[in-house]
Design a protein around this ligand. Structure first.
Ligand SMILES: Nc1ncnc2c1ncn2[C@@H]1O[C@H](COP(=O)(O)OP(=O)(O)OP(=O)(O)O)[C@@H](O)[C@H]1O
Ligand SMILES: [Mg+2]
Length: 326
């Protein structure tokens, strides 16, 4: 089963600029979570903090009982072996072909022989639709292919915690739909804990069990997907609908007068808030164990959630039990 990841009271600044403060959340073991937030709110910095690449001034990140903020280098290295990261820019080595890029973590962290490495690399490349591109250099392929190569590389060590920074950016809508399904199927197969940073609302609505949002240097919400999807917070509604009117501006937060003026000029498009069914594994794939665990977990905290979220959870309940028996 995937591992629980706990962030506790995290604060990060660069010089005098505070990226976010006092961020606490728990990614439940084996569940899929999405982090949303306007550009520049520190989603990538948060993700890098969870894998120990960025060091916060305050707080803990506890993974498998180890606080990776304060532990020794060697223990951090060992804990990292449990994680697979797909970086926002792909982060491939430009002078290495795709095969060697994807094989890199296996050569770095394991003693597998070349025959074993070949079989793992080919399996993961097929999984992300890159078979046949082994000898290509990153500079010779499309941006979307680079992203998928980054995902294949994140998967070779069979991670228990997978982090994806905007996996959909640079992908066309059809590839994004395939990727969403791939993440669900992957979760069903290996039951890994998955954190996805994305601006893709369709992915955010249909893939995760939990959704959080960073805004104004804070984690404004994190919890079961139904909470954010039914929220009537202006910032959430603006973000989910991709509207200009709302508290988020092009470069900074706006004042109330500007917000009101804009609401007058922007046409009222269909509101995309609301709970839609979560994707389920492709027929033939295993049942998602996380779905049942999450079901029990949210029922225990149901009474603490807003009424709209409660309704969304109760309405979706039969889907989970149906999936299990079906
Ligand atoms: N190494 C660094 N040194 C100084 N400032 C940094 C560094 N890394 C990030 N920042 C700053 O931290 C803030 C958050 O950056 P981050 O990349 O996490 O944003 P983001 O939410 O991922 O945005 P996007 O959606 O555009 O990817 C930005 O103001 C950025 O300039
Ligand atoms: Mg980013």
């Amino acid at each position: 089963m995937g591992i629980e990841v706990e962030a506790d009271g995290l604060t990060k600044s660069f010089g005098r600029h505070t990226v976010w403060r006092d961020v606490s959340l728990t990614l439940p073991a084996g569940e899929i979570s999405v982090m949303l937030g306007p550009s520049g709110t520190g989603k990538t910095v948060f993700l890098k903090t969870l894998v120990g690449l960025v060091r916060p001034e305050r707080g803990r990140v506890v993974i498998n009982g180890v606080d990776i903020v304060s532990c020794r280098e060697r223990q951090l290295y060992r804990t990292r072996r449990l994680m697979g990261v797909m970086f926002q820019d792909g982060a491939l080595f430009g002078s290495m072909n795709l095969y060697d890029n994807i094989a890199f973590p296996l050569r770095e962290h394991t003693r597998r022989n070349e025959r074993q490495i070949r079989s793992i690399v080919e399996e993961k490349m097929a999984m992300v639709g890159l078979s046949g591109a082994e000898s290509k250099l990153p500079g010779e392929i499309s941006g979307g292919m680079r992203k998928r190569a980054g995902l294949a590389r994140a998967l070779v060590l069979d991670p228990e915690f997978i982090l994806c920074d905007e996996p959909d950016s640079g992908l066309d809508p059809v590839r994004t739909a395939y990727l969403s399904q791939l993440l669900i199927d992957l979760n069903a197969q290996i039951d890994a804990t998955i954190l996805i940073v994305t601006h893709n609302i369709q992915m955010a609505r249909t893939v995760p069990d939990n959704i959080g949002m960073l805004y104004r240097r804070q984690l404004v919400t994190f919890g079961p997907r139904e909470v954010l999807l039914t929220s009537d917070e202006p910032v959430v509604a603006q973000f989910l609908n991709g509207r200009r009117s709302g508290p988020i501006g092009m470069s900074e937060e706006k004042d109330a007068a500007a917000t009101a003026a804009e609401a007058m000029t922007e046409p009222d498009l269909d509101d995309v808030r609301g709970v839609v069914p979560q994707l389920t594994p492709t027929p033939g794939q295993p049942y998602r164990q996380a779905a049942a665990r999450r079901q029990e977990r949210v029922m225990r905290i149901l009474h603490q959630l807003p009424p709209a979220a409660q309704q969304g959870i109760l309405a979706g309940r039969h889907e989970v039990s149906h999936e299990r028996t079906g």
